[in-house]
Design a binder for this molecule. Structure first.
Ligand SMILES: N[C@@H](CCC(=O)N[C@@H](CS)C(=O)NCC(=O)O)C(=O)O
Length: 205
């Protein structure tokens, strides 16, 4: 199978960490999805990465579907719990972390447009969404050892990918280390975890 990817994409990072945790090999193809016509379009009509192309040509997207597929393929190092209630809680963490990222990416994409076309109201709406999401994640973590239950799961991976990208791009000048010391402590712990940090380009701590 082959993962259509980009080195700095946080959703790709999530998939790569899951692959590494589960000790699964996967060919990587770095692609540029910025142009409207890009190599991902023929596999994924949405033209987004990550997209996983299976050996029979089937394409899987988005990152949430891909990680579920990978977790099911190998029983080694389960990252999504079997218990339905636990599973929902882990997926909710993932939705929240991905949602904060979605807002952060919209802020970044807006900042790349011509100044005359940028909308302050739009950017502020996304920043407020990001801030509420961060506050929720900080309050849910609340000094716990792991995001959900008593073990590392997809929830911690999703949170780590979100925080790493925010530290790297700083959309809206957000300084989450200072604002959310609990999240900063958890992120530092995740960075020490192999293969969390070592399998992908390290984003600033
Ligand atoms: N919900 C998707 C989000 C994927 C996504 O937005 N990827 C970005 C790169 S980080 C992308 O492909 N952007 C291209 C575009 O929006 O045109 C997922 O979880 O995979």
């Amino acid at each position: 199978m082959k993962l259509l990817a980009s080195p700095l994409s946080p959703y790709t990072r999530k998939v790569r960490i899951v692959l590494a945790e589960k000790r699964m090999d996967c060919e990587l193809e770095m692609v540029d999805v910025a142009p409207a016509e890009n190599p991902v379009n023929r596999h994924n009509p949405l033209g987004k990465i990550p997209t996983l192309v299976l050996d029979d040509g089937t394409a899987l997207y988005d990152s949430r579907v891909i990680v579920e597929f990978l977790d099911n393929v190998s029983p080694f190092s389960r990252l999504i719990p079997d218990d339905r209630r636990d599973r929902v809680q882990v997926r909710r963490w993932e939705a929240l972390a991905d949602g904060v990222l979605d807002a952060g990416l919209l802020v970044r994409y807006e900042s790349l447009r011509d100044k005359s076309e940028q909308s302050t109201a739009w950017t502020e709406k996304q920043l407020a969404r990001m801030q509420r999401g961060m506050a929720q994640m900080a309050s849910d973590l609340n000094g716990r050892s792991w995001c959900h239950g008593d073990r590392y799961s997809l929830a911690d991976i999703a949170l780590g990918c979100c925080l790493g990208w925010l530290a790297f791009r700083k959309p809206g000048g957000l300084d989450w280390h200072a604002e959310y010391p609990g999240l900063a402590k958890h992120y530092a712990k995740l960075l020490e975890r192999t293969p969390f940090a070592e399998t992908v380009p390290r984003m600033p701590g």
